[in-house]
Design a binder for this molecule. Structure first.
Ligand code: GDP
Ligand code: IMO
Ligand code: MG
Length: 422
């Protein structure tokens, strides 16, 4: 499979977890390179549902090495909980899960600050997952963050945490929030540090050895293109580079060792949190929610839903260099008579075939739609491309062509086996 970067081509929750699990069959190593436990990646295997937040979705296949690399921000207590959950389900983690020494930590004051800043923003809030992601990356950029290296060095951790708690308690007090107890945080996080110690590694060296051996590495993206701190719908974004370049900086594997980029997208569009979503449509949202679908894997919030937005996915193709596409949740459209696809945006007399940078302009944009006939039959049992209704195939070919990349995978259900290779 060569070294492959997998990215979300929309606003997150495209079904990356499911596709990673499928592609891991051919991989030796799977690496999470950015984001934190704001991510929720769902994988269904033989009736068992797994939701991964920090651990790569590749962990569910035996004998695959999984790496949480330097670009990820890690809440140690949350990671311990996730590892414990996997152990309880009989998923092996010892000897095959590695945590970067230089990954930055998410600490309780980051979560508190995230919540306080959101509530101060009121109706202008971002709608974050309140996992402390923004404040943790903020500390990283300000060069005042603590890293995994610090967590597993008891003396240093105590010293650094003491200073940080003191400083952040002043800020929390200014917000009118309760200050944190140094002892409580210290004891809880030190215990997590001891638990995690055996997973800690120099993952840059580990990955370079894998590259030298010719191992196949799969880089698991979190969030999606339009949540990227540089290329997304700023400020309604997350705080990391979710696009393909983030896989290099977030892992230390250089660009010329990357061979392939896979973009995952739903056959329609969803977004959780605030910010513009040009194709948002209440009827589709009601239809999908009534099926029990499109509730966030991390926060349980109902996702906003809309028609497929080819302006967005074309833009995603451009900034990620997507070679191949995996389209998921095709079965979500099974009952429709007519399906719309956004092919351009219009703002007054101006037409856009890319995402305008000014959020106010994007907020005003109206979608220009093309219509496709629905197939109106269930697809979830289909196993082969040729067995899909001809209208489904035509729709998928059209959205891939509008996006500008090859269609490689069509997904008709959450299960591993509900995957069609085109
Ligand atoms: P991720 O964050 O990109 O990994 O996506 P999430 O796991 O947050 O959300 C995707 C949701 O769609 C999950 O509930 C998956 O189980 C589900 N899913 C993925 N592919 C398909 C599909 O083809 N059909 C259906 N019905 N569900 C799917
Ligand atoms: P996966 O990996 C969907 C959204 C939040 C909010 C914005 C900022 O499962 O696709 P943050 O907590 O990161 O500061 O929130 O980003 N968001 C996601 N939306 N899927 C995700 O991850 C997301 N991670 C963050 O809802 O709008
Ligand atoms: Mg998700």
């Amino acid at each position: 499979m060569a070294n492959t970067i997998l990215v979300g081509a929309q606003w997150g929750d495209e079904g990356k977890g499911k596709i990673i699990d499928v592609l891991t069959e051919e991989a030796d190593v799977v690496v999470r390179t950015q984001g934190g436990n704001n991510a929720g990646h769902t994988v269904h295997i033989k009736g068992q549902k797994y939701v991964l937040h920090l651990v790569p979705s590749g962990i569910l296949r035996k004998k695959k090495r999984c790496v949480i690399s330097n670009g990820v921000v890690v809440d140690p207590v949350s990671l311990v909980g996730e590892i414990e959950g996997l152990r309880k389900l009989g998923v092996p983690v010892d000897g095959n899960l590695f945590l970067s020494e230089t990954a930055h930590l998410v600490l309780p004051y980051h979560r508190e600050l995230d919540a306080q800043r959101e509530s101060l923003k009121g109706k202008n809030k971002i709608g974050t997952t309140k996992r402390g992601i923004g404040p943790a990356y903020g500390d990283k950029a300000a060069r005042t963050g603590l890293r995994v290296l610090d967590l597993i060095n008891p003396e240093r951790f105590r010293r650094q945490l003491e200073t940080k708690i003191k400083e952040n308690n002043e800020i929390l007090k200014a917000f009118g929030a309760k200050p944190l107890s140094f002892k409580k945080v210290h004891d809880e996080y030190r215990a997590a540090g001891d638990y995690l110690k055996s997973f800690v590694a120099n993952t840059v060296v580990l990955l370079h050895e894998a590259v030298r051996r010719g191992d196949d590495i799969l880089f698991e993206g979190a969030q999606g293109t339009f949540l990227d701190i540089d290329h997304g719908t700023y400020p309604f974004v997350t705080s990391s580079n979710t696009t393909a370049g983030g896989a290099c900086t977030g892992s230390g594997v250089p660009p010329h060792r990357m061979d392939w980029v896979v973009g995952v997208m739903k056959a329609y569009t969803t977004r959780v949190g605030e910010g513009p979503l040009p194709t948002e449509n209440a009827e589709i949202a009601d239809m999908l929610h009534a099926m029990g679908r499109e509730f966030g894997a991390t926060t349980g919030r109902a996702r906003r839903c809309g028609w497929f937005d080819a302006v967005a996915t074309r833009h995603a193709c451009m900034v990620n260099g997507i070679d191949e596409l995996a389209v998921t949740n095709i079965d979500g459209l099974d009952t429709l008579q007519t399906i719309k696809v956004c092919i351009a945006y219009r703002d007054g007399s101006k037409q856009y075939d890319y995402i305008p940078n000014d959020i106010e302009v994007l907020g005003r944009c109206q979608p220009v739609y093309a219509e496709f006939p629905g197939w109106d039959v269930p697809t979830h049992n289909v196993k082969k491309w040729k067995q899909l209704p001809s209208r489904t195939r035509a729709y998928l070919k059209a959205i891939a062509e509008l996006t500008g990349a090859e269609l490689a995978i069509a997904s008709v259900g959450p299960g591993r086996e509900q995957t069609i290779f085109v």
